[in-house]
Ligand binder design. Structure first.
Ligand SMILES: [Zn+2]
Ligand SMILES: [Zn+2]
Length: 253
């Protein structure tokens, strides 16, 4: 699939020098989406229909709730409940018509999914995922065409494992074989170096719990656990990406 190329957000995120360029983009985009869904745009009929149909996951409900716009949030939930009650009736209808679950019944498995579909959709997750694909597409365009960008990126802190997976998937689909192999080589070197640094930092962090190292300097290990978690599963601990690295570096000096 082709996406529109927009290189400015990619350069902006790279300039933040955060632990993962794409986590920085994701954090920013996610916050904008949460604001958007509580803002005026949600009154547009198309958007409203999508919200009513999909609802929000627990994580995004929490983010919406934290915006402290209880009236706006309640109005979204009010019309979502209307749509949901219709779906719930259909789910019960089809469940009561179906035979009881047996180990070998495919139909029973389908009935289970009817209820599951009421709780596994989120419009913000969907929009975020589309945005991230668009960013990945623009990133891969820069990697392919702009040497200055390449140099900067390959000497940056790179990406987390979640976004490595996103980029490799898309590179496999959109690059020529040679370019794909070159991209894999560059990413391999970058990621292995990054893992080594984290291993070293978290190793020193654990040694600091030994009373014999009490007076030794922290080196770059104070936030090694947070950084390692964020590297493994995308930014989920600590302040918004970008701010996090700067404060932790300052602390470690
Ligand atoms: Zn990331
Ligand atoms: Zn969500």
């Amino acid at each position: 699939m082709r996406y529109q190329i927009d290189t400015i957000p990619i350069w902006d995120a790279l300039n933040l020098d955060s632990a993962c360029l794409f986590c920085a983009l994701r954090d920013k985009t996610e916050n904008l989406l949460v604001e958007r869904y509580l803002g005026a745009s949600v009154m547009e009929p198309d958007t409203r229909i999508r919200v009513n149909d999909k609802g929000f996951c627990a994580n995004h409900q929490q983010m919406l709730f934290a915006m402290e716009n209880k009236l706006g949030h309640s109005l979204l939930m009010q019309s979502h409940l209307d749509v949901l009650s219709e779906k719930l009736i259909k789910a019960f209808d089809s469940a009561s018509k179906a035979p009881k679950k047996s180990l070998f019944s495919k139909q029973a498995a389908k009935v289970d999914n009817t209820f599951e579909s009421l709780i596994d959709t989120c419009i913000i997750c969907d929009d975020l995922s589309e945005n991230m694909k668009r960013f990945a597409y623009s990133f891969l365009h820069l990697y392919k065409t702009d040497n200055a960008f390449n140099e900067r990126f390959l000497s940056s802190k790179g990406v987390c494992l979640v976004d490595l997976s996103l980029l490799v998937d898309m590179a496999r689909d959109s690059y020529s074989n040679n370019l794909y192999i070159k991209f894999l080589d560059d990413m391999r070197e970058m990621m292995l170096k990054k893992i080594d640094t984290h291993k070293e930092d978290i190793d020193w962090f654990t040694r600091k719990f030994d009373y014999r190292n009490h007076a030794a300097p922290w080196k770059n290990s104070r936030d090694a656990l947070e950084r390692t978690i964020n590297l493994l599963r995308g930014h989920c601990i600590g302040a918004a990406t970008g701010k996090e690295e700067k404060t932790s570096n300052a602390k470690n000096k």
